[in-house]
Design a protein around this ligand. Structure first.
Ligand code: ADP
Length: 198
């Protein structure tokens, strides 16, 4: 049995855990990278984890691929298992989640996974960007991602509104929601995100 020292648990409990919410193209990834550099957060970006699994040709990657290419969410049980494992490996480190949770079921699972490690969510920061700005940004970024085709972007947005947007009420009820205007310039968004999590 793995018996943890109380001091280690206390230390882990003090490390902040933050999640960034927002539509595709809202700039969550850009902000996550800045917070990693400037504030020492370890970033857990589920989209990156899944793309890595695909490149590596793992079972998870193969199963996730069909959903990703359609602009749909991968099933909760696939993603929850890897996030839970990743969180357990990050005891004592501040964690920034990018792209997780995306459904209410994932949010409940996150709360349980954090509690199991003596952690609590400090804030859910909504990087809010209107749909027309999202479509414009993604069509000009064109990084060659399979799921950046216009019809897939529309589907990702539809899924965002249906499955992920309800998390704003979920976190608002728990007093954890912080809203940031993601249509501003990158530096202004960063300043607001930092203010929201400290
Ligand atoms: P974006 O925020 O631009 O949509 P991501 O890289 O976060 O891009 O996600 C890309 C795709 O990966 C999603 O459309 C979805 O298929 C899958 N994905 C990422 N995170 C999750 C998650 N938490 N739950 C289910 N699917 C996810």
């Amino acid at each position: 049995m793995n018996v943890r020292e109380p001091a280690t648990r206390d230390h882990a409990a003090m490390q902040p855990t933050v999640t960034l919410l927002g539509p595709p193209g809202s700039g969550k990834g850009t902000q996550a990278a800045r917070l990693r550099e400037l504030c020492g957060f370890t970033t857990l970006a589920t989209g990156d984890l899944l793309r890595e699994a695909r490149r590596a040709g793992t079972d998870l990657g193969r199963r996730a691929a069909e959903y990703m290419d359609r602009g749909e969410l991968v099933p909760d049980e696939l993603i929850v298992a890897i996030v839970r494992e990743a969180i357990a490996a990050l005891d004592g480190e501040p964690i920034l989640l990018d792209g997780f949770p995306r459904t209410v079921a994932q949010a409940d699972a996150l709360a349980g996974a954090l509690e199991a490690r003596g952690r609590q969510l400090r804030a859910a920061v909504l990087v809010d960007v209107p749909d027309d700005v999202v479509v414009e940004r993604i069509s000009t970024r064109r990084q060659g991602r399979e799921d950046d085709r216009p019809e897939t972007v529309r589907e990702r947005l539809r899924v965002y509104h249906r499955d992920t947007k309800p998390l704003t009420a979920y976190y608002d009820e728990r007093d954890l929601l912080r809203r940031v205007d993601g249509a501003q310039g990158v530096d202004a968004v960063e300043a607001d995100v930092r203010a929201a999590i400290t």
